[in-house]
Design a protein around this ligand. Sequence first.
Ligand code: NDP
Length: 277
Amino acid sequence: MTEVKKNFAVIGNPIHHSLSPEIHGMFAKEAGLLMDYEAVLSPLDEFQLTVETLISQKLSGANITLPFKKEAYHLASQHSQHAKIAEAVNTFEFKDKEIIGHNTDGIGLVRDLEQNLHIDLHGKKILLIGAGGAAEGAIYSLLEKNPLDLTLTNRTIEKSNIIKNKMNDYAKHLNVNLNVVDITKLPQQYFDLIINATSASLHEADLGLDNKVFHDQCLAYDMMYGKETLFIKQAKSQHAKTSDGIGMLVEQAAEAFYIWHHIKPQTKSVIDFFRNK
Ligand code: NDP
């Protein structure tokens, strides 16, 4: 029987920078799958039309990136648990007349931390900086790993409080202390893991973190990738261990690939490829 070629896409605006076509292409090659995966630029006010057009072209699924993850959540007719909690979708499955929305960002982050960076999150003290889509997508997955506590901070602290209110019952159920602390008042040398889920580095903006928040036993993880950010430079100056977010990017793609093809791709060589590019 001849294999039917399936079609996929990543939708965003801008989209030219996306590594997703290359990552999924590498996964498909390794799995011996026939697949097309293209980058689609959607006009900012025409996301729904873009999705409907792709469905009419018989796409099997799509990844969603900035700035459409919230809109994608509202467009989906069914949601995975991770998408429901994050109220954001980065992966669509198109099945019959249904649009199933998933969020694989948090799964990707935790998999990178645990499997690639060998961090056991259980019982750890975690600081999560940021309250945008990436931070919200990460919280549920981080809580699931039963850290001792998860501290949220953000430039606009009200947003951290809104997330805390939304997640507090779940955190309590897991016996995790969920706190919100002003970024200038963080306890010094307290955290095992500090995650930067802001886009501050895009504008070379300083987060205003005291140097003493870092120490040589903590891991500073920046979801951004492709360049050494100010956050990573500051962490290194205080002898903290560091990682960029390329592993998260590849792992969230691997989870999307699994949702679509029921095949778990090998990620290490793909992460190494992009890190050494
Ligand atoms: P959002 O636009 O939803 O959120 C941006 C966040 O950054 C907000 O918390 C915002 O604070 C904060 N921020 C922006 N500018 C500044 C600044 N100058 N100083 C301090 N804080 C600032 O973006 P996302 O959450 O979707 O993405 C955040 C980052 O995560 C991006 O860099 C993105 O590339 C990365 N990412 C990486 C992924 C990966 O797989 N590695 C996956 C998803 C995202 P405020 O609320 O005050 O505006």
